[in-house]
Design a protein around this ligand. Structure first.
Ligand SMILES: [Zn+2]
Length: 458
């Protein structure tokens, strides 16, 4: 690999890559509806000579772009879905671009552009087409945590020797923890209608069943391990108070640090549904909404990514950028206390190393980590006190603060790949560790064969 050529390309194309990010930011699209976002990425990839398989596996907004034919095969995971209701201008005040519209409140526009930048730079760094192979997977619907499961069901990711995923954050760090696995399913209860006042004795309320199930699940919380999270949303609560509802449903998300443990817990959630059905003389059907794996850490890759992050120069911020971040931080209700910390910065600088503390969220990147050795890292693209999935993040993801973190991420990915290519032992060790860790827990796609995209769109 000729890293000089790769780095030169990134330097020369900074502005162009910022524009791709901004374009995706300007047309925020939610899960599985990322038509123009995926089209923009595909357009650039084709322009750069990548071979692109569009609508990968029959998923309209997924794609697979490949360049080169050598070994190893390096995978990059681009995401580009936005979040509902997080429309926001590039402003330090809460101002929607369009009322109630989606927005990039998780910064996936930056994520798309960073992986795109790294993919093209790695192409530019090839000494010949046989040097190595770069595969950029266009991964839709991360926010509903099943996009990569849908792709994996169609055979994605298996071809890779290793995968890299970067995510926007408040900090520069390598993910050295698992995050959480998720299983989701909608419980549809069926009862019998009757006049709620006239002949209630003839009714069997599906809504009662939902409520009793929820009470059961709330008691269950006391008897699960600390990492377990159970949350639900009543998706159908009946039609009117004076009709005993014959149909009602509730959607459950259950999470835990480990998928096997999670599935055991989910069985107990199902018992709450069974108990509720018995008590109310109703029946229920469970419709899976899929799920995802936790991240399987890979220590050899984590170590190399940590080195790469520290070797690559991080961004420097202008006074205008610091002021913008500071103004956003001031809207955080804990600003007084948090900004008094001696290490406080309006935007975090410097690489903090490997994150070992528990991170409660989930990502479908976990699925890929059970298919091939994977490393995930984050860079600061937000004001330091931004909260997750918030208007702050939509604002900074459309600002130069986000773009600088995005370009730092791309440079880090290239440096990481350079290190892996220069020392084949790293990949050997990564593969050995992966084989060890997946000996017992093999990947079993959480997206069942019968699940369709329409089933997970609400
Ligand atoms: Zn995200």
């Amino acid at each position: 690999m000729n890293a000089e050529n790769a780095n030169k390309w990134m330097e020369d194309n900074e502005q162009r890559m910022r524009e791709v990010s901004k374009k995706i930011w300007s047309v925020p699209e939610t899960a599985f509806r990322e038509v123009s976002s995926s089209a923009e990425l595909i357009r650039v990839l084709k322009e750069e000579g990548f071979e692109v398989e569009e609508s990968y596996g029959g998923i309209p907004t997924a794609f697979r772009a490949v360049y080169g034919s050598g070994s190893p095969v390096i995978g990059l995971l681009a995401e580009y879905d936005a979040l509902p209701g997080l429309s926001q201008k590039v402003s330090t005040k809460k101002e929607e671009v369009e009322e109630g519209a989606p927005g990039h409140g998780c910064g996936h526009n930056l994520m798309a552009a960073a992986h795109l930048t790294a993919a093209i730079a790695l192409k530019e760094g090839m000494t010949s087409k046989e040097d190595y192979t770069v595969v950029l997977y266009g991964c839709p619907a991360e926010e509903i945590l099943v996009g990569k499961g849908f792709m994996a069901r169609e055979g994605a990711f298996k071809e890779l020797d290793l995968a890299v995923s970067w995510h926007p954050s408040t900090r520069n760090m390598v993910v050295g923890t698992t995050m959480t696995a998720l299983e989701s399913g909608e419980f549809h209860f069926k009862g019998k209608t009757a006049h709620a006042a006239g002949d209630p004795e003839n009714g069997r309320s599906a809504l009662d069943a939902v409520e009793i199930m929820d009470i059961g699940a709330n008691y269950l919380r006391e008897h699960v391990t600390d990492d377990v999270r159970i949350h639900y949303q009543i998706t159908n609560g009946g039609g009117a108070p004076n009709i005993v509802p014959d149909k009602a449903s509730v959607l459950y998300f259950t999470r835990a640090n480990n998928r096997r443990h999670l599935l055991e817990t989910f069985e107990r959630v199902k018992k709450c549904a069974e108990g509720a059905a018995t008590m109310t003389e109703t029946s229920y059907e469970l419709k899976s909404r899929g799920g995802c794996y936790e991240i399987l850490p890979n220590e050899p890759l984590i170590e190399v990514m940590d080195e790469a992050m520290k070797e690559v120069k991080g961004p420097e911020y202008t006074q205008e950028e610091k002021d913008f971040a500071e103004a956003l931080n001031k809207t955080n209700s804990q600003y007084e206390r948090l900004s008094a910390d001696e290490n406080y910065e309006s935007i975090h600088t410097g690489a903090m190393g490997i994150m070992r503390e528990h991170m409660g969220g989930s990502t479908d990147v976990g699925d890929v980590s059970y298919i091939v050795p994977l490393v995930m890292f984050m860079t600061a693209t937000q004001n330091s006190l931004a909260t997750g999935h918030s208007w702050h993040i939509t604002a900074t993801s459309g600002h130069s603060i986000g773009e600088k973190g995005m370009l730092y991420a791309a440079r880090t990915m290239v440096r990481f790949v350079e290190k892996v290519l220069n020392n084949p032992e790293i990949l050997e060790r990564a593969k050995d560790e992966f084989a060890q860790r997946t000996k017992v827990e093999k990947y079993n796609c959480p997206v069942p064969p019968e699940l369709k995209i329409e089933d997970v769109l609400s």
